[in-house]
Design a binder for this molecule. Sequence first.
Ligand code: ZN
Length: 156
Amino acid sequence: MSFFWNSIATKHRKIMHNKKCSVEHCFRCMGKLQLMDEDVKSSVSFYQCTNCQSHYTLTVNKKLHDRWLMPITLVIYGVIFDKNPALRAVAIAQEFYLRDDIDLEKMITDIEQELEAPRQNLVDIFTFSYPNEAKLRVFLRQFIVELKRIKAHARN
Ligand SMILES: [Zn+2]
C-alpha cells in the first residue's frame, strides 16, 4: 500500500517538476500557458495558451506537444498505422481539402512552423505502429506541398 502511494507521490512530483521546467510558453506566440486539466493517475496534464488558445498536452518524461484536435494532430492521425506515411500524403491532402470544418491556412501555417523549427516530438502525440520522427516530418512536408498544389489548382 505504501508503495502505491509513494509511486503516486513520485509521479505527482514529476508532473510538478515538468511544469516548472518545460511548461512555460506557447510554441506559437510565446503566450502564457494555463493548466486546464490533469490526470495524475496517467501523469498527463493539459494546457491552453492564454493568448492564442492553442492546446497542449504534457506527459511525464515527454516533451510538451499539441493536444488532440490541434491541426498537426488531425493530419498525422491518418498515418498511425502506416509504415511509410509519405505514401499517404496525396490522399490525405485531398481529404482535408474537401473538408469544410478545417481552417486550411491555419493548418498550413502550423505545420510549416513546426517543420521549420521543430518544437515537439511528433511520435509522442499518438502511439504509432511504426514510430519514426523523420518519416512523419517527410510526410508532413509532402502533405503541405500537395495541399498547396490542390489549392492553387482549384483557384485556376
Ligand atoms: Zn499561443
